[in-house]
Design a protein around this ligand. Structure first.
Ligand code: AMP
Length: 191
């Protein structure tokens, strides 16, 4: 089973993906995590995307599609969870083609609905927690980048809601419920 978790930054996609990995042996494919790893390891691509990511803008479709393509070639285990990908219509089309090429299907797209006020609180809270724990906040977890990230979501990613609805793949759930309730809603969709 291959699924997409769709929703703005801070909606809880990563948390729920983590639970699906544990409970269903699925593989989490987070382009954000892959890009952050590339940034940290100082690869040529990492250097190229660092500033764009820190500003909160989207990196090019070509880069993220390339990252996903590489991952689809490996072990598929309980299926893929696409977390933070696709974020543009071009990425959605590319994903459809990639899945078809490897004989896979897209089984569900789950939209996690939340409101902006909660997102800002969550993300600012996430940054403060990281710092309190002695770590450093994500470079893009600050109010300025967050505004850009939210705009990128509404302008470039939210059209995917209509796209997947038209394909009959979309289910929207309440992302503001507790983590356990959200997990139960997702389980209800996946069966
Ligand atoms: P995330 O951890 O999903 O919030 O992603 C962090 C940042 O990585 C985003 O703000 C973008 O700069 C970049 N990014 C992650 N996934 C994508 C994607 N599918 N397309 C373009 N940029 C992405």
């Amino acid at each position: 089973m291959n699924i997409i978790l769709l929703g703005p930054p801070g909606a809880g996609k990563g948390t729920q993906a983590g639970r699906l990995v544990e409970k269903r042996d699925m593989i989490q494919l987070s382009t954000g995590d892959m890009l952050r790893a590339a940034k940290t390891s100082g690869t040529e691509m990492g250097k190229r995307v660092a500033e764009v990511m820190d500003r909160g803008e989207l990196v090019t479709d070509e880069i993220v599609i390339g990252l996903i393509r590489e991952q689809l070639e490996g072990d598929k285990k309980g299926g893929f969870i696409f977390d933070g990908f696709p974020r543009t219509l071009a990425q959605a089309d590319a994903l459809a083609a990639l899945l078809e090429d490897c004989g896979e299907t897209l089984d569900a797209v789950i939209e996690m609905q939340v409101n902006d006020e909660v997102l800002v609180d969550r993300i600012v809270g996430r940054a403060a927690e990281a710092v309190a724990a002695g770590g450093t906040a994500r470079a893009d977890d600050n109010a300025e980048s967050l505004k850009v990230r939210l705009m990128a979501y509404y302008k470039q990613t939210s059209p995917l809601i209509g796209y997947y609805h038209a394909k009959g793949d979309l289910t929207s759930i309440d992302g503001l419920a507790s983590m356990d309730e959200v997990e139960a809603s997702i389980a209800g969709v996946l069966g």
